[in-house]
Design a protein around this ligand. Sequence first.
Ligand SMILES: [Zn+2]
Length: 212
Amino acid sequence: MVTTEPAPEFDLSGGDLCLDFINTLADRTGTPRESLTAYADLLEFARQAGRMPEPEVGELAAEAAADPAGASRVMVRAVRTREAMYRVFGAIARGEEPEDADLEALNAVLVEGLAKARLVRQDGSYRWSWAGDCSCLERPLWQVAHSAADLLASGRLDRVRVCDSATCEWLFLDESRNRSRRWCDMATCGNRAKARRHYERQKTALQVRESG
Ligand SMILES: [Zn+2]
């Protein structure tokens, strides 16, 4: 019997498509959890992020089924590009200079995507699109590279933050009024940090009492 893995549910709280894409690997310095394990996950990410309408997802899924080797090549590139993007934005969040090689890796995907991009009119405004005659499996990857380029050139880089948790490493845009957001998600990392501080305070209090 063939069982299909259920599609992962992506966390889209990063505030920008490229940051949500980077966050598809969770708990990087702890016990990493990978959400992108097959080409279908890449399509599912684009669909859940609202960047790919259902017919386009279906079209690329059929394309991937017809060319499994091509689909796995794109997957490998997607993960490699994601890691380069993580290092670029992670460095920025820490006030450091990204490595040229990582920026170059992003540029390579960006340039390739731009050659296939077009502007389409939708509801009175314009947006980038990669749909059309090209049935390229790279489409979801080009979307995130474009989003990364947009964010890098946006003048909003001072809002890029890395989660304060010791292991999470998720990135997000801090849109809070006084720029005080510290965790990717208060309900997970924020509460974990609070519980740890509480535990450490109790432990110290106990040690003080024992030694006194
Ligand atoms: Zn976190």
